[in-house]
Design a protein around this ligand. Structure first.
Ligand code: PG9
Length: 629
């Protein structure tokens, strides 16, 4: 008996040299509370898109939430390996799991598991896209398939996603499938030239290059650039122009780099892609909640632009909503209790997701759900730190808003106040802008890829540059009463340069009192509320650049990003002006060249910049002031 049992054990043994990598392995799924299905969904042109469907076990008549992504659908549907749907899906999806939703992630055509060609921010069918497909048709075909092939659904679909994934939500709205009942685009890329990822007012954003490498060198995720430097400030400065930097990594050979370099101005290539314009020209058929962070360091422009383009057709506030939290880019999907040094009244992102977004989706997607009490605008006011339910946005602007903005003037002696200059003193202040020593956007060493540097940079204390000789700083007296700003500050600068082109960076800053007893490290903090850059060559036309006449004062008018903030009594208002923000933005060589991407070393020249403050040339910022009641 002993011998035969030994023999049978021996027979069952695995030979030592059996290969150890499984031919096929599937973890047992009995214990999981969800089911995952991976399908290839056919589009109208035959291309199949890789789609991951995650369903709660036993789901019946469940609504679907769809995200279309260039960032790996399989990875998006797998926060961690877990038997629970809650831990498997991303943090921002936790409420959907509790509410029994079906969650779907899909790779856009050409990325990761999907067939077809990838075109970065593929334009809608029209002058730039002569094919029969775009993200609108792909969303349509996908939704059509989902409602016909998932037996557990009630046939109602919502779409949401942030950034690129927010762009694909907006694209679906261009020609929505009837089953698409609600949409939440978050921090969407809307206009890559005016103020989202690639450029701001014509100044090129250098992080675009590593992004192109990661997205377009391979179908999956590309390698980071082998820069060979710790401080990106050094590496990028040393390269010279953007095209020279791109060449260093072979990025100039990539098609999307070529497209960018061929379109430095706001020509028809950009105008036809501007999604706010495209959507504003169509009828909005799907209730849409536009979401963005007040300090969104990547796509701070698009959500407001779409909201305002669609608002024209939504006078009775039933379709078009705006939500702004005190968040970084995509911060809405993570923990929103703080940003950099700023602390809020709790997890503001969770508050929004749970108390506003979830009831909104439920209303349109869940059978029998109550009508949600969704405010037309839900905006976290900073300074006072509280959510506000508003009936529209902005609350203050130059004309046509509930309040009218008030100009704050730059004055002699680096003063700032609400009275226009009376004249008599110096006509201008000046500084030398040297492209060999551009002003850094964060303290050096600049680690562009470091999340802790990049994500909160828009709330970074500005004292690290305030005393640079090439930064002009105007500051008010301490305020005696709160100053509420609710809208987009408008820059109105009279400036000259000794060069023939120049960039103008303008910041509106809340200067904290010297002591802040409840949070001592905020003593004297210079909190940027709103800042942006404008490339001088576009002052008369965004599409047709023109050289600047050397030493001639000219008027520069442009909008800064929206703000909803109260500068409290005892705080001061500050405005800073400088001519570079490096290496986030490429340097303006300051000698006019037709295409700055190809500027030569000799084109980079020092220039003397003057900011005027006379009764005629009165440089000001129109602040979106809401009077105290
Ligand atoms: N801001 C990123 C992006 C969006 C659209 C195009 C390119 C980049 C993103 O976070 O997805």
């Amino acid at each position: 008996v002993i011998l035969s049992s030994l023999l049978s054990t021996a027979q069952a043994q695995t030979a030592p040299m059996t290969p150890d990598i499984a031919g096929k392995y599937e973890a047992p799924v009995e214990t999981a509370d969800y089911v995952k299905r991976v399908v290839m969904i056919p589009m109208r042109d035959g291309v199949k898109l890789y789609t991951v469907i995650v369903l709660p076990k036993g789901a019946k008549k469940a609504p679907i939430l769809l995200t279309r992504t260039p960032y790996n659908a399989a990875g998006r549907a797998k926060r961690s390996a877990s038997p629970t749907m809650l831990a498997t899906l991303p943090q921002g999806d936790e409420n959907f799991v509790q509410e029994g939703y079906i969650r779907v992630f899909q790779d856009v055509r050409g990325k990761y598991g999907s067939e077809g060609d990838y075109v970065m921010t593929r334009p809608l069918r029209g002058p730039l896209n002569k094919t029969k497909t775009d993200h609108a048709t792909d969303a349509w075909d996908t939704i059509d398939w989902l409602v016909k092939n998932i037996p557990e659904t009630n046939g109602k679909v919502g779409m949401l996603g942030s950034s690129y994934e927010g762009f694909t939500v907006l694209m679906a709205l261009a020609d929505p499938h009837p089953a698409l009942k609600a949409a939440v685009p978050m921090s969407p890329m809307v206009d890559g030239w005016r103020g989202d990822d690639w450029f701001h007012n014509g100044a090129f954003r250098i992080p675009t290059l590593p992004y192109i490498a990661s997205q377009t060198t391979v179908r999956g995720r590309g390698e980071p650039l082998a820069t060979g430097v710790y401080d990106d400030y050094d590496g990028i400065l040393r390269a010279g122009s953007v095209s020279a930097y791109a060449r260093q990594f072979g990025l100039d050979k990539l098609n999307y780099t070529k497209k960018l370099f061929e379109h430095p101005a706001y020509d028809s290539y950009w105008q036809h892609q501007a999604l706010d314009k495209a959507l504003g020209a169509r009828k909005l058929k799907v209730p849409t909640m536009n979401v963005v962070g007040q300090w969104d360091q990547e796509d701070i422009y698009g959500a407001y632009a779409v909201y305002s383009a669609l608002e024209q057709q939504d006078k009775d506030n039933r379709m078009n909503y705006l939500v702004v939290g005190p968040w970084r880019h995509s911060g809405v999907n993570y923990d929103g209790s703080s940003l950099g040094a700023l602390k809020f009244t709790g997890d503001t992102a969770l508050e929004f997701r749970r108390d506003v977004m979830q009831p909104f989706f439920n209303q349109y997607l869940k059978d029998g759900a109550p009508v949600a009490d969704t405010p037309p605008v839900f905006f976290y006011q900073t300074g006072t730190n509280r959510w506000q339910r508003l009936s529209g946005w902005p609350l203050s602007c130059e004309t046509g808003c509930p309040s009218t903005s008030q100009a704050v003037y730059l004055k002699e002696g680096f003063k700032l106040d609400f009275s226009a200059p009376a004249g008599g003193g110096a006509a201008y202040d000046e500084y030398v802008s040297d492209p060999a020593k551009p002003v850094p956007f964060v303290p050096r060493p600049v680690r562009m890829g470091d999340r802790d540097v990049w994500q909160p940079w828009l709330v970074r204390d500005q004292r690290f540059v305030t005393d640079r000789p090439d930064v002009l700083t105007y500051v008010s007296e301490p305020l005696k009463a709160p100053l509420q700003l609710s809208g987009a500050p408008q820059v109105d600068l009279y400036a000259s340069t000794s060069g023939t082109d120049a960039d103008w960076v303008v910041k509106v800053i809340d200067v904290y009192p010297d002591e802040v007893p409840s949070q001592p490290e905020l003593g004297g903090y210079q909190l940027p509320l709103s800042m942006d850059i404008f490339r001088g060559r576009y002052r008369n036309s965004l599409a047709s650049p023109q050289p600047v006449v050397a030493d001639k004062p000219e008027r520069y008018r442009f909008a800064l990003p929206n703000v909803n903030h109260v500068i409290l009594p005892g705080h001061r208002v500050m405005v800073q002006i400088q001519s570079s923000l490096f290496p986030l933005y490429d340097r303006n060589p300051q000698r006019y060249v037709p295409n700055i991407f190809y500027a030569q070393p000799a084109d980079y020249i020092k220039a003397t910049q003057r900011i005027y403050h006379t009764p005629e040339l009165r440089s000001a910022i129109a602040l979106p002031v809401v009077p105290n009641r």
